[in-house]
Design a protein around this ligand. Structure first.
Ligand SMILES: Nc1ncnc2c1ncn2[C@@H]1O[C@H](COP(=O)(O)OP(=O)(O)O)[C@@H](O)[C@H]1O
Ligand SMILES: [Mg+2]
Length: 213
């Protein structure tokens, strides 16, 4: 097996890196894929999410593995995980500096969550630049979107000018994303909800990019 590697990166803290990491992981599990997540953020939020999931049996953990790694150790860790998983997702600290390079270098796709605000958008160029320098495809995911707001359409337009791919699927600002993260669940798990539709659509979109480049 040679898994695909997705690195979730964005200089701005609170943009939704960990949220997108956890939910994409669950999205791919829901597709029947074997998934590994790696937390290289010393804050360790994704690890806590996974441990909560295991301890409280909040969701399936079959075909699901978790690892931590240093920023520079990621190449080795990912090589190992790719042998036995379809998808490897790397959650990173809020940085866009040389520490991030190894995690970008191993990626097949860099996913950049942008919480819908101009401040977040301004923080995005750094990581897009780094990804470009490594020759990596990057995809912006607009997060915490609020329907029909001026800010939402302004940010979407400004994102367009960054010359990066922008996911058709946006994640809305929903309490369930915050709740699920604290409970070790994915927002898509359980009954049919708008969040489930968003996560499944985003997963399908990411899978399509991975398949077609
Ligand atoms: N789409 C969303 N709707 C509601 N809350 C969100 C959403 N995305 C993220 N959050 C919340 O925002 C905070 C920061 O998100 P997080 O994923 O931890 O960001 P990062 O990992 O980039 O620092 C968390 O409390 C999270 O639950
Ligand atoms: Mg985080």
């Amino acid at each position: 097996m040679t898994g695909h590697v997705i690195t979730i990166a964005q200089q701005k803290g609170g943009s939704g890196k960990t949220t997108v990491s956890a939910n994409l992981a669950v999205g791919f599990l829901r597709q029947g894929q074997k998934v590994a997540i790696v937390d290289i953020d010393p804050q360790g939020s994704l690890g806590r999410w996974f441990m909560t999931r295991v301890d409280t049996q909040a969701g399936p953990v079959e075909n699901f593995e978790f690892a931590t790694s240093s920023a520079w150790g990621i190449t080795y860790e990912v090589r190992k995980l790719c042998d036995s998983h379809d998808i490897v997702i790397i959650d990173t600290p809020p940085k866009a500096d040389s520490d991030l390079r190894p995690a970008l270098r191993v990626a097949d796709l860099v996913v950049v969550p942008v919480s819908v605000s101009h401040v977040d958008l301004w923080a995005t160029e750094g990581v897009l630049d780094l990804a470009r320098r490594e020759g990596k495809e990057a995809m912006i995911v607009l997060n915490r979107a609020r329907k029909n707001t001026r800010l939402g359409s302004d940010v979407a337009q400004a994102a367009d000018k960054l010359l990066a791919r922008i996911a058709r699927t946006t994640l809305a600002n929903r309490v369930v994303y915050a709740e699920a993260l604290g409970q070790g669940r994915g927002a898509a798990e359980g009954r049919k909800t708008p969040a489930q539709a968003e996560v499944d659509a985003l997963t399908a979109e990411v899978a399509e990019v991975l398949a077609n480049g």
